[in-house]
Ligand binder design. Structure first.
Ligand code: 0RQ
Length: 502
């Protein structure tokens, strides 16, 4: 008997027949990796049909993390989302959230599984999970991400499985799955180094809940990253120099420490630069997203192993992995996000974290998520759990944006995702500020001098001079003057000659 045939085989349209207006639907996917594909499209089509007939249809959407092209984009275009958690990065959904048409809960990612288990997200009506296989006894072998799928399979009332033939069945050899029991019944997680496995190669579902199985062979829609630009190269240079200095001072051991890198071009560029440096020894990663550049590093022997929750790689790179599984299965561990991002594990392993900011303030508070403190960009993602608990917490961003109309260093961030108590190092294309051991006014000096673009330094120094003296110096009348200028005039310093800003 075919393993799939133990469950009804459904068309996507049949699978979504029971999904009702107001349902909470939890999808697999951490980024586009391992995201459900056929079902979200079918739900979007159903929403279009019902809306055309004048009938309401919106669902509450949970995933592992963002899921752009596969889930958020089709559903948002169909105006079919009423609520979204824990992270998104889709252009259409972002606009709907910022118009307050969609309620969005921007969460620390490792918190999500326990909030689902505890019922904080309400009842999960459906889980839609991509798998390489579901066995008749309910073992579900997941695909290119684990994310929160094991918890969704456990907690949802009804389950739809997308069996995707594109993915290698050997992904199970990388998978390490467990669900943390609710407190107070938690034991220490016995992770002593990034590659230790502590769980099972499969997630589990009560087969009585399975509505059916849809088969497909669609690759993950992971977009190609642009090559690192000149500013990213500079940031990478500064971070690399800093890490080498830390090694020479004996503050990073000679066997190095596990790295975490956020998503995006800057992080991809920094990882590539670390890989090129002969002085950085071969290292491991304890991270949440495994990106294209890491495959090169693994093949070169520079990256010895990586713990992650998703293989967020382009289809060409994923094929390279699948074609050489004998090499990769022993070097990659795929875990649920409550383990990949677990604060205790991050602290124990001594991770060096590298995440990206939209802006930083002169005291070291970081805004990664809300432009003007009002408009969501993407979300905090995993940056909080890594930053707070890492041995070295680094934030990176270009010193200016939009051709110099925006300074990434500001007097006060109007929204703070990671605060001065957790952020240790800030790097921009201008240089790097090491904030460890510095008091507020020393931090301000280090950040303005090393990280701010020269065109904005005078303004920032004058801001401090006119501030009211306290432990931290601020002028509450003008703390957001740069942001107000940007809103009103389209530039933080409207009189600045941008042709002189490079
Ligand atoms: O807009 O494309 O219209 O020009 O913001 O900026 O420089 O292209 O940077 O793509 O790396 O994204 C923080 C958003 C950076 C991302 C953020 C404008 C700028 C541009 C994007 P345009 P860049 P990136 C991993 C862990 C979440 C936290 C995290 C992010 C656009 O890295 O979402 O790291 N991080 N999580 O012009 C207004 C400013 C601006 C600004 C830049 N100060 N004000 N706009 N821009 N600075 C994720 C997971 O956990 C899954």
């Amino acid at each position: 008997m075919s393993i799939v045939s133990a469950f009804p085989r459904l068309s996507p349209e049949e699978a979504v027949a029971e999904i009702f207006n107001g349902a909470t639907v939890a999808f697999s996917g951490f980024t586009n990796a391992g995201a459900a594909k056929a079902v979200p499209r079918a739900i979007a089509a159903k929403a279009h049909q019902l809306h055309d007939r004048g009938e309401p249809f919106k669902i509450r959407v949970l995933t592992g993390a963002s899921s752009g092209e596969s889930i958020d984009e089709p559903l948002a275009e169909a105006e079919a989302i009423s609520y979204r958690a824990p992270y998104q990065s889709g252009p259409t959904l972002r606009k709907q959230i910022n118009r307050q048409e969609v309620e969005y809960v921007d969460m620390h990612l490792s918190h999500l599984p326990q909030t689902v288990l505890a019922g904080f997200q309400g009842k999960l009506d459906f889980a839609v999970v991509e798998a390489t296989e579901i066995t008749p006894d309910g073992r579900v072998y997941l695909t290119s991400s684990i994310g929160a799928s094991p918890s969704y399979l456990q907690c949802a009332d009804r389950v739809i499985i997308e069996v995707n033939r594109y993915h290698s069945k050997r992904l199970r050899e990388m998978s390490d799955i467990m669900i943390l029991p609710p407190p107070p019944h938690r034991n220490p997680i016995p992770l002593r180094e990034p590659m230790t496995k502590v769980g099972y190669p499969y997630a589990v579902v009560d087969t009585r809940k399975v509505i059916g199985v849809i088969e497909n062979d669609e690759p993950d829609h992971v977009p190609t990253f642009a090559a690192a630009d000149a500013r990213s190269e500079k940031i990478a240079e500064h971070v690399l120099r800093f890490l080498l200095e830390e090694m020479s001072k004996g503050r990073i051991p000679k066997e190095f420490l596990p790295l975490q890198a956020g998503v995006g071009n800057v992080a991809n560029g920094v990882m590539a630069a670390l890989g090129r440096s002969p002085e950085i020894p071969p290292f491991k990663m304890y991270t949440e997203v495994f990106q294209d550049s890491l495959v090169d590093l693994m093949e070169q022997g520079k990256l010895l192993g990586a713990s992650t929750t998703s293989l967020t790689v382009t289809p060409e790179v994923l094929k390279r992995i699948y074609d050489n599984m004998d090499f990769f299965v022993s070097r990659i561990v795929l875990r649920p996000m409550e383990l990949s991002n677990n604060p205790g594990a991050v602290r124990r392993l001594g991770v060096i974290s590298m995440n990206t900011a939209l802006e930083v303030d002169i005291y070291g508070n970081v805004n990664s998520s809300h432009v003007f403190g009002m408009d969501i960009m993407n979300g905090i993602g995993g940056s909080g759990e890594f930053t707070r608990n890492s041995y070295l917490s680094i934030f990176m961003c270009p010193s200016i944006a939009k051709g110099g109309k925006i300074s990434a260093v500001v007097p006060m961030c109007p929204h703070i995702d990671n605060n001065e108590h957790s952020v240790q190092i800030i790097a921009t294309d201008q240089g790097l500020a090491d904030l460890r051991g510095l008091g507020p006014m020393q931090r301000a000096q280090a950040i303005i001098e090393n990280c701010a673009h020269p065109a904005y330094r005078d303004y920032l120094y004058r801001y401090i001079e006119r501030g009211r003296v306290g432990h931290i110096r601020h002028d509450l009348r003008t703390a957001f003057e740069l942001h107000r200028n940007l809103l009103k005039h389209g530039a933080m310093l409207p009189d600045l000659d941008l042709s002189q800003v490079s």
